[in-house]
Design a protein around this ligand. Structure first.
Ligand SMILES: *Cc1c(COP(=O)(O)O)cnc(C)c1O
Length: 364
C-alpha cells in the first residue's frame, strides 16, 4: 500500500455520545485553551463572572433562541447534572403530588424518566414499545386533556427511533431532545420544557441545555432545593453557581457553526440526505437488517444487525480498517449503530456505506 496517499490519522467518528463535533469547533476550542480571546489566559482559568465569559454565555443563549425560534415566553438555561438530572428536575418543578403526567415509553431513557417522575406525582405510561424491544414509536393513543404534561424522548439514541411528528394533543410537551436537538426545526409553542445533554449533538459532556416556559413554574406546593429550582437559574442567568465554562464555550462555537451552515432547516435536509445513504444500503442488501421500524427510523442513530451474527467481528474490523470508529451497537440492541449527528460530514457517511456495500459483496 502506498501510505503516502492514506491519511492514517483520519477517523470517522460514529460514536453515540460524547460524539463528533465540527472540525472547526475542535480547532477553535483548542486555541481557546491556550489563549482565549487573545487575553493571554486559557479559557480553563478565567472567571465565569468576567466580561469575556459572560459574552460567551449570552451568545450561547441568544443563538439557541435564534436557531430554534424561541420567543420570550421561554428561558434558556445551561445547567449541569446531565439529561439524567432533568428526569427528576422536570417533574419536581412542575408536577404536584396529586397531578398526573403522561409518558410515552420509547426506550432506556424514557424508562429512566418515568422512574424519576413517579417520585413526585402520578405517572400514566400512556404507550410503550417495550413489547418489541423499542423498535418503533407508539401511535394512536389519546392524551387525557387534564394531564399536566406529556413527556416524550424525541430521539431514542440506543434503539434508533425518532418521533417524526409530535403526538396529536394540546397538552404541553416535556421533551428529552438530548440526541436530536438542533437537528431540525421545532415548534416551540408545543413545549413546556425541552432538555438536552450537550454531548450528543451540541458540545462536549458537562452541560445540559434546558428551555423552559416561564409560566409553568412556581405552581407546585413542595419545597424545591435551591439548586434544583429552575427559577434560581433563571434569576441568575445560569450563573447561580459556577457554570461549566468550557462546555458552554464549545456549545456556543457549535451554534456559530450551525448558523454558518444555514441553521436547523439546512441541517434537517443535510441529515435526511446522510441517513438515506446508510438506510439505502440496509434496505438493498440482504446482509443488513434495520433494527427500527422504517417509518420511525432515526436520522441521528442508524441501528442495524447482520443477518449472520458470526460476521460481526469481521465487519467491525473492515469498518475500523476504513477509519470508521464507534459503530458497535448498544448491548441492549446488539449489532451496530452509526451515529450521524449534525457534525458528521456526508463524506464520512459515504465511506461507511461503501464499507457496508463492499463487505456484503464478499460475505453476503
Ligand atoms: C445520552 C442520553 C441521556 C443521558 O444523558 P446524560 O447527560 O448522560 O445524563 C438522556 N436521554 C437521551 C435521549 C440520551 O441520548
Amino acid at each position: 500500500m502506498n501510505t503516502a496517499t492514506v491519511d492514517t490519522m483520519k477517523k470517522h467518528n460514529f460514536s453515540a455520545g460524547p460524539a463528533i463535533l465540527p472540525a472547526n469547533v475542535i480547532k477553535e476550542s483548542a486555541q481557546a485553551v491556550t489563549n482565549f480571546n487573545n487575553s493571554g489566559l486559557s479559557i480553563l482559568e478565567v472567571s465565569h463572572r468576567g466580561a469575556d465569559f459572560v459574552a460567551v454565555l449570552e451568545e450561547a443563549i441568544a443563538s439557541t433562541k435564534e436557531l430554534l425560534n424561541i420567543n420570550d415566553d421561554y428561558e434558556v438555561l445551561f445547567l449541569t447534572g446531565g439529561a439524567s438530572s432533568q428526569f427528576f428536575m422536570t417533574a419536581m418543578n412542575i408536577l404536584n403530588e396529586d397531578e398526573t403526567a403522561c409518558y410515552i415509553n420509547t426506550g432506556t431513557w424514557s424508562t429512566k424518566a418515568i422512574k424519576e417522575a413517579k417520585l413526585f406525582g402520578n405517572v400514566n405510561e400512556l404507550a410503550s414499545s417495550e413489547d418489541t424491544n423499542f423498535s418503533y414509536i407508539p401511535k394512536g393513543y389519546n392524551v387525557p386533556e387534564d394531564s399536566k404534561y406529556l413527556h416524550i424522548t424525541t430521539n431514542n439514541t440506543i434503539f434508533g427511533t425518532q418521533f417524526h411528528a409530535l403526538p396529536d394533543t394540546k397538552v404541553p410537551i416535556v421533551a428529552d431532545m438530548s440526541s436530536d436537538i438542533f437537528s431540525r426545526p421545532i415548534d416551540i409553542n408545543r413545549y413546556a420544557i425541552i432538555y438536552a445533554g450537550a454531548q450528543k449533538n451540541l458540545g462536549p459532556a458537562g452541560t445540559t441545555l434546558v428551555i423552559v416556559r416561564k409560566d409553568i413554574l412556581g405552581k407546585v406546593n413542595r419545597t424545591i432545593p435551591t439548586m434544583l429550582d429552575y427559577r434560581t437559574h433563571i434569576k441568575k442567568n445560569s450563573s447561580f453557581n459556577t457554570p461549566p465554562v468550557y462546555p458552554i464555550y464549545v456549545c456556543m462555537l457549535t451554534m456559530r457553526w450551525l448558523k454558518e451552515q444555514g441553521g436547523v432547516s439546512a441541517m434537517e435536509i443535510h441529515n435526511e440526505e446522510k441517513a438515506a445513504i446508510i438506510y439505502d444500503v440496509i434496505d438493498s442488501t440482504p446482509l443488513y437488517k434495520g433494527a427500527a421500524a422504517k417509518e420511525d427510523r432515526s436520522l441521528m442513530n442508524v441501528t442495524f444487525t447482520l443477518a449472520d451474527d458470526s460476521l460481526n467481528d469481521a465487519f467491525l474490523a473492515a469498518a475500523t480498517e476504513a477509519g470508521c470508529v464507534g459503530i458497535k451497537g448498544h448491548r441492549s440492541v446488539g449489532g451496530f449503530r452509526a451515529s450521524i449527528y449534525n457534525a458528521m460530514p456526508k463524506e464520512s457517511v459515504q465511506i461507511l456505506a461503501d464499507v457496508m456495500t463492499e463487505f456484503a459483496k464478499v460475505h453476503g
